[in-house]
Design a protein around this ligand. Structure first.
Ligand SMILES: [Zn+2]
Length: 433
C-alpha cells in the first residue's frame, strides 16, 4: 500500500470510489467520498459529458471501530454540451448507494440479516448505525420482502402443521391478538403466518393456495382447537388429520399446572413461592418419568406427600403421564389401548381439570391415534415455537402484523440468504485465455 489514501480506500470497500477526507467527531466518523473520475458519455446522445457541479448526499454506513459512520458522497453532476440533445444535466448513480435509501447498500443488507436471520431488535441496530428505528425497519422490508416472496422458498409440502400463536399480548386497549402459523413439518420451516385464529382465517388462507400446493399435502397436524377443525372442513380432504403430539402433551401439562396452582393457593393461601413444596417440584412434575433419576423421583413424591393432601395434584400428574404414554406405544393397537385407558381414568377423576382433559382426549381420539400410522414427526412445532418466541422477544410487542409476519418468516421461514449474501467471497483472478 503506497500511501495513507490507498489504505483508506481499501478499508472503504466501495469499488470505484475514493476517500476525499475523514473527520472524527465525538460520536461519529464522517467520511467524504467521490467516484474515481473517468470519461462519461451522455445517456441521451453518447457525446462526452462535461462536469457541471457537485451535490453532496449523506448515507449511514456500517459502524467502524465502534462508532457510527456518516458517509458523504460528493456526487458529480454532468452536463451534455450537444445543442440538439434533450439531456441537460444528470447526476451519477451507484448500486452501492441507492437514491431512495438513507443507508448504504451493505448497511441495509446488514440490517436485514441481523434483524431477520439473527432476530436482533431493530432498536439495537438503529442505535449501532446512528439512525431512526424506521430507517432500519425500511431496510429490512426492502431487502427482506423479496426473500420471503421468493416462490422457491416453500416448495412442495407433504406434512402441514397448523399452530396458534399469540402475536400481541392483551393491553388496556385490546385483548390478546392471535395468529395462525402454517408450518412444513418435514422441512421444519414456517410457510406463512396469518392474522387471527378462527376457522375462517385458516379456511381463507387455504383457499388462496394453488391446487398444486394443497393437492400434495398428505398430513395436516393441528393443535386441539375446534376452530382449526372447522377451518379444514371440505378442504385438503385427501390428507390425514393428526393432533399435533406437542400440543396434546402440552394440554396435559397445562391441566397439571392448573391443578397444582389451585391446590397451592388453597393450602398455602398464596401463589407459588420458592419454598412451597408444590412450587419446588413443578418442573420435576412436568419432566417425563423416563427422564427422572431416582433422586428426582423421590423429591417429587415427597413434595406431593407434603403439599397435596387430597391427592389432586397426584391425579393430574398421573393423567399427564398417561397421555405421554400414548406416544411411547410401539403399535397402533398399543396406542389405542393406552388412550382408552387414559380417557377412562380421566373421566372418572374427582378433579374437574382432569375430567375436562378426558373430554378433549375423547373428542380428538381419532386424530391423536392417527399420528401412529402417518409417522408425522414430533419435534418441529415445539422447535419452531421457540424461534417465534425469540422474534417476539426481540420485537417487544409488534404494532404491525405485516412486520411481525416478515420477521417470523425471515427468521424461521427457510429463506435462502445466499441469494443476497454469497457464502464464499469471490476471488478475482486473471481470466484464463
Ligand atoms: Zn447528450
Amino acid at each position: 500500500m503506497p500511501d495513507a489514501t490507498g489504505v483508506a480506500e481499501v478499508m472503504l470497500g466501495l469499488p470505484g470510489f475514493r476517500v476525499i477526507e475523514a473527520v472524527e467527531s465525538d460520536d461519529e466518523l464522517v467520511v467524504t467520498v467521490e467516484t474515481i473520475p473517468e470519461l462519461t458519455g451522455c445517456p441521451g446522445c453518447g457525446a462526452v459529458a462535461t462536469a457541471h457541479d457537485r451535490m453532496p448526499v449523506e448515507y449511514r454506513d456500517l459502524p467502524a471501530f465502534g462508532r457510527p459512520v456518516r458517509l458523504v458522497w460528493d456526487k458529480r453532476r454532468h452536463r451534455c454540451e450537444e445543442p440538439e440533445c434533450a439531456m441537460c444535466t444528470w447526476t451519477e448513480v451507484s448500486g452501492a448507494l441507492s437514491a431512495r435509501c438513507l443507508l448504504t447498500r451493505r448497511a441495509a443488507l446488514a440490517c436485514c440479516r441481523e434483524v431477520g436471520l439473527n432476530a436482533r431488535p431493530v432498536a439495537q441496530m438503529a442505535r449501532e448505525l446512528g439512525v431512526a428505528w424506521h430507517t432500519v425497519m425500511n431496510a429490512v422490508r426492502e431487502y427482506g420482502e423479496p426473500l420471503i416472496d421468493d416462490s422457491d422458498r416453500v416448495g412442495r409440502v407433504r406434512q402441514l402443521g397448523v399452530d396458534e400463536t399469540t402475536w400481541l399480548a392483551a393491553t388496556r386497549e385490546h385483548s390478546t391478538k392471535f395468529a395462525t402459523s402454517l408450518v412444513d413439518l418435514e422441512r421444519r420451516i414456517v410457510i406463512d403466518v396469518v392474522e387471527g385464529n378462527s376457522a375462517g382465517d385458516l379456511a381463507s388462507w387455504l383457499d388462496d393456495q394453488p391446487v398444486a400446493f394443497t393437492g400434495g399435502i398428505r398430513v395436516v397436524a393441528t393443535d386441539l382447537a375446534e376452530s382449526y377443525r372447522r377451518g379444514l372442513e371440505g378442504r385438503i380432504d385427501q390428507a390425514t388429520r393428526v393432533a399435533d403430539p406437542f400440543h396434546v402433551v402440552r394440554l396435559a401439562n397445562r391441566a397439571l399446572d392448573t391443578v397444582r396452582r389451585r391446590v397451592q393457593n388453597r393450602t398455602m393461601g398464596h401463589r407459588g413461592r420458592k419454598r412451597d413444596p408444590l412450587y419446588r417440584i413443578r418442573k420435576l412434575m412436568l419432566t417425563g418419568t423416563e427422564r427422572l433419576d431416582p433422586r428426582g423421583l423421590d423429591r417429587m413424591l415427597l413434595g406431593l406427600r407434603v403439599g397435596d393432601p387430597d391427592n389432586e395434584v397426584l391425579g393430574a400428574w398421573l393423567a399427564k403421564e398417561s397421555v405421554r404414554d400414548i406416544y411411547l406405544a410401539e403399535s397402533t393397537d398399543e396406542a389405542e389401548l393406552l388412550i382408552d385407558k387414559a380417557i377412562a381414568a380421566c373421566r372418572l377423576d374427582a378433579v374437574g381439570e382432569v375430567r375436562s382433559l378426558g373430554v378433549t382426549l375423547t373428542r380428538w381420539r381419532t386424530e391423536i391415534l392417527a399420528r401412529h400410522h402417518t409417522g408425522a414427526s414430533n419435534g418441529p412445532t415445539e422447535g419452531l415455537n421457540l424461534l417465534v418466541k425469540k422474534v417476539k422477544r426481540a420485537g417487544h410487542g409488534f404494532r404491525s402484523f405485516a412486520n411481525y409476519r416478515l420477521r417470523i418468516l425471515l427468521h424461521a421461514g427457510g429463506v435462502s440468504w445466499e441469494s443476497i449474501y454469497p457464502s464464499t467471497p469471490r476471488i478475482r483472478g486473471r481470466a484464463p485465455h
